[in-house]
Design a protein around this ligand. Structure first.
Ligand code: COA
Length: 137
């Protein structure tokens, strides 16, 4: 049975998904510290096996960042990612009641932009903003 549970994954569950989508693995202590700074976290299970994940990080009132949206390859294209994103958007709408100007960012992997467009994301260029940048040090 598929279930969506609002909780943090274990570092091992996080790494299982992270590796399965081709991003390698991360030191479990680093994951543990990173996950503690999460605003909202949604895990998807098939019975007791984690098959999907997504989280929001940020300051809850001015800026949010969507991160680590992952679905096990064998479960992809079955709307799990859509369901994860819908839960995340619901949470963002709830947080927006505190500050309607709350801004949400995402840094999509190459080629995944069209997936996020389905939920209302546009590029910074389309929003007449400067390009996003990443620190390369
Ligand atoms: C991206 C990802 C989360 C999508 O999850 P999913 O459960 O496979 O997606 P869904 O089944 O909900 O797909 C919904 C729609 O998005 C489209 N879509 C799915 N993956 C896509 C991708 N990588 N790029 C563009 N569109 C995509 C689907 O074709 C579908 O379109 P439709 O509504 O017109 O039928 C999943 O493919 C994944 O984990 N990818 C590897 C990790 C990754 O790149 N994560 C994003 C990091 S920014």
């Amino acid at each position: 049975m598929i279930s969506y549970i609002e909780k943090l994954p274990t570092p091992e569950e996080f790494n299982l998904l992270y590796e399965a989508v081709g991003w390698g693995t991360i030191d479990t202590n680093i994951i543990d510290t990173a996950l503690k700074n999460t605003v909202y976290s949604i895990c998807v299970y098939d019975d007791s096996k984690i098959i999907g994940y997504g989280r929001i990080i940020g300051d809850k009132t001015m800026f949010l960042y969507i991160q680590d949206i992952m679905v096990l390859p064998s479960y992809q294209n079955q709307k799990t990612g859509t369901n994860i994103m819908n839960k995340i958007i619901t949470k963002i709408k709830e947080l927006k009641t505190i500050n309607p100007s709350l801004r949400t960012y995402i840094g999509p992997s190459k080629g995944v932009e069209e997936f996020y467009r389905k939920f209302g994301f546009i590029t910074r260029k389309e929003a007449d903003l400067g390009e996003g940048m990443i620190l390369k040090i």
